[in-house]
Write a protein that binds this ligand. Structure first.
Ligand code: MG
Length: 376
């Protein structure tokens, strides 16, 4: 039986529309237009020079946040298509899911958040993504931001966690207490599949572990590695790894399709409103995919994320980001004009945080060299 959830698809005709009404386009629906607006935004292009896990310079083949985003989009669209959910809506959300990321990956996000906490404030990349699409992208004469549909903005806010009432005044319009549509619920899991498998791939290419270590730590990986060894006995290790990697991705994607279908059936939800009202998210992995996901995460923590070379790069990145942050607080005259002007309405730490969050890794490094290292 085909695992269709067509009755749970969020129909584009039911969108609550845009903040600033616009005439319809002759041949693109509203979610397709949102997808195109995201692809054409500056924040999207900056993903090219933002670190995923491994910084640029170590290899030309490691993922950056742009290629990671394309992988997430491809996985999420496959799942949406099989389940007969809205593929355009899913794609728009997948392409937007990381546009709020600051430079230097999670190290950058943690550092920016830490710096903001000294002012009783926070930095969170999903909220920053919302501010980008609502305010910072300036490309239209008639409105600020990209004027995306309500559902895509809601998905940006809620794709990785639920929204409780009273979280923040600017979020009250995004239906706190309700789940997002199923298309948005898929994004976080497609993201997990993409980064777990990609980080394994990049970590193996970087020589951070051997296949023996992987097999010893993960029964799910050992099984597949054994199969590929039986099937391709003389094949080079690198090729066997890729044969296995493809099967892990397949197992995880199939597990997401099956897990989501099963939980929707068990919950007995009949339409997108019931998906929203259901007390838990319905998108999820089946048992096999959940087990493999946990094993991969544990392995990556031990053998990739916390290895000495990755940790050292993270430490240097955090220090550089903090130095640039403090420099602009002490020397607001060094901020570009539009950012300096915002200081009339916003506290300085917020303006500096927004400016830095928008930087690519390369731009932050150059800014550090120009303003901090040169004056030291
Ligand atoms: Mg991501």
């Amino acid at each position: 039986m085909r695992p269709s959830l067509a009755n749970l698809r969020f129909p584009v005709e039911r969108s609550r529309g845009r903040r600033y009404p616009e005439p319809p386009h002759p041949y693109r629906n509203e979610f397709q237009r949102d997808r195109d607006r995201i692809v054409h935004s500056r924040a999207f292009r900056r993903l090219e020079d933002k670190t995923q896990v491994f910084g640029a310079g170590m290899s030309d083949h490691f993922r950056n946040r742009l290629t990671h985003t394309i992988e997430v989009s491809q996985i999420a669209r496959t799942v949406a298509a099989v389940l007969e959910l809205d593929e355009d809506f899913t794609e728009a959300l997948a392409l937007a899911h990381d546009i709020g990321h600051p430079p230097f990956a999670h190290a950058g996000e943690e550092e920016l958040d830490r710096l903001m906490q000294a002012f009783g404030d926070r930095f969170e990349h999903n909220l920053h993504a919302l501010r980008i699409v609502e305010t910072f992208e300036q490309r239209y004469a008639r409105f600020p931001g990209l004027n995306l549909t309500f559902e895509v903005r809601e998905g940006i806010v809620k794709h990785s966690r639920d929204l409780e009432p009273g979280t923040a005044p600017e979020l009250e319009e995004y239906l706190p207490g309700l789940r997002p549509p199923l298309e948005a619920q898929l994004i976080d899991l497609a993201d997990e599949i993409a980064y777990n498998t990609a980080d394994l791939d990049d970590g193996f290419a970087a020589g951070l572990f051997t296949l023996e270590q992987l097999a010893a730590a993960s029964p799910g990986c050992a099984r597949v590695l054994e199969e590929t060894e039986m099937q391709f006995p003389g094949a080079p290790e690198r090729i066997r790894f890729h044969e296995a990697l493809r099967r892990w991705i397949d197992l995880l994607v199939s597990g997401l399709i099956e897990g989501t279908f099963t939980s929707a059936m068990e919950a007995g939800v009949r339409d997108p409103d019931e998906v929203r009202a259901h007390p838990q998210r319905l998108a999820g992995f089946n048992v096999a995919a959940l087990a493999l996901t946990r094993e991969l995460k544990q392995f990556l923590h031990r053998h990739v994320y916390f290895t000495a070379s990755v940790m050292e790069e993270r430490r240097r990145s955090r220090a550089m980001l903090a130095a640039v942050f403090h420099h602009f607080l002490d020397h607001p005259e060094d901020l570009p004009e539009p950012h300096r002007e915002r200081m009339a309405q916003q506290p300085p730490h917020r303006v500096v945080c927004d400016y830095i969050a928008g930087m690519t890794d390369g731009f932050l490094r150059r800014t550090y060299q120009r303003l901090v290292a040169a004056g030291a």
